[in-house]
Design a protein. Structure first.
Length: 219
């Protein structure tokens, strides 16, 4: 190929979540000589990473969907964008983006890779306290499963647990799911303020001798 590979990265939104941070990290380290990236969101809310991505020289647009009921309109809008811009590949992130990308990509002849960030269809995930009925969750899984078989060329799982869960719940071939752990942007951890313990306690307003606990977790 005598030109950069054009990849459309489709994601639900650009809020301060892990998938969104991952997208920014990937875009930051992709070689623009080899890969030309465009970013599109499904929903027009949550723009935390929008400006940082634009500062990388990557164009950001939106399908301007407001609710999941707008997904059919989102598919039509994406197909129109694909006809006009003719990317080589769609890389989708998160459920709504995956659904739209797979259908529009298949109908437009553009291959689709979906990154799977969470074990969305495990029973423990369904018991997250959200006001979503069991019948609706099953419908969401059926749509995810059908579009995966219909229009997804490969998947990327962020852990082996997610890979096995995706294979089991979506009935997607295990040999078409690649395991790729989330990268860490070393630029963010390369420098340290080197605060002493006493300085740290004063900065946090804690008395000398306080017990300090470090909690590493998903927030």
């Amino acid at each position: 190929m005598d030109r950069p590979l054009h990849v459309l990265h489709l994601i639900e939104a650009l809020g301060p979540g892990g998938a969104e941070r991952l997208l920014h990290t990937n875009l930051k380290h992709l070689d623009p000589i080899c890969i030309h990236s465009s970013v599109m969101t499904v929903f027009n809310r949550a723009t935390h990473w929008q400006e940082p991505i634009r500062q990388l020289g990557v164009a950001v647009s939106s399908l301007n969907c407001k609710t999941p009921r707008d997904l059919p309109a989102g598919i039509r809008k994406l197909r129109a964008w694909l006809r006009k811009n003719r990317p080589d590949l769609i890389h989708s992130h998160l459920w709504a983006a995956n659904i739209i990308a797979r259908i529009a990509g298949r109908l437009s002849g553009v291959p689709v890779i979906s990154s799977i960030h969470n074990p969305d269809h495990e029973m423990l995930a369904w018991e997250d306290g959200a006001m979503v009925t069991l019948s609706k969750r099953r419908m969401i899984r059926r749509l995810d499963r059908w579009t995966a078989r219909f229009g997804c060329n490969r998947m990327i799982a962020v852990s082996n647990y997610v890979k096995q869960s995706t294979h089991r719940n979506l009935r997607y071939p295990l040999d078409k799911i690649d395991l790729l752990y989330n990268p860490i942007d070393t630029d963010l951890v390369g420098t340290s303020p080197h605060n002493t313990r006493a300085e740290l306690l004063r900065e946090c307003g804690l008395p000398e001798g306080s017990l300090v606990l470090l909690n590493v977790a998903r927030l």
